[in-house]
Design a protein around this ligand. Structure first.
Ligand SMILES: [Zn+2]
Ligand SMILES: [Zn+2]
Length: 118
């Protein structure tokens, strides 16, 4: 059901997923510890990945989607996927080996900008 939720929402915080599960699992209350354990298992198994954000809760997405960067709106907290630019160099300018790059861009999304303009 966690995977089901992420298929639908694409990006969801811990709270978002928990609410989704509660709404769609009407007959049964889910214990927070079971929920937490399942999230950890899925994360450890590489089924889902966690993305940290400095302006909102960390969020999760399915790992089978090609890696990409995120634009996060500082006003409505909408998360937009940005394709990752191909980066050829494996070493940075100081000679350190780059193994992983994760970039979040923060700003105001187009929808919020349109509202400001009115
Ligand atoms: Zn926005
Ligand atoms: Zn994403």
């Amino acid at each position: 059901m966690i995977i089901d939720c992420l298929n639908n929402l694409h990006h969801a915080s811990f709270d978002d997923i928990f609410s989704y599960l509660e709404e769609n699992n009407g007959f049964n209350k889910i214990s927070l510890s079971t929920f937490y354990r399942n999230i950890s298992f899925l994360e450890q198994d590489g089924v889902i990945r966690k993305v940290d954000s400095t302006i909102s809760e960390p969020f999760y997405e399915l790992s089978n989607i090609a890696k990409h960067d995120h634009f996060i709106c500082t006003k409505c907290h909408k998360i937009i996927d940005i394709p990752r630019k191909n980066r050829k160099e494996k070493y940075d300018e100081y000679g350190n080996l780059i193994q992983e790059i994760s970039i979040n861009e923060y700003g105001i999304c187009k929808d919020c900008l349109d509202k400001i303009k009115i």
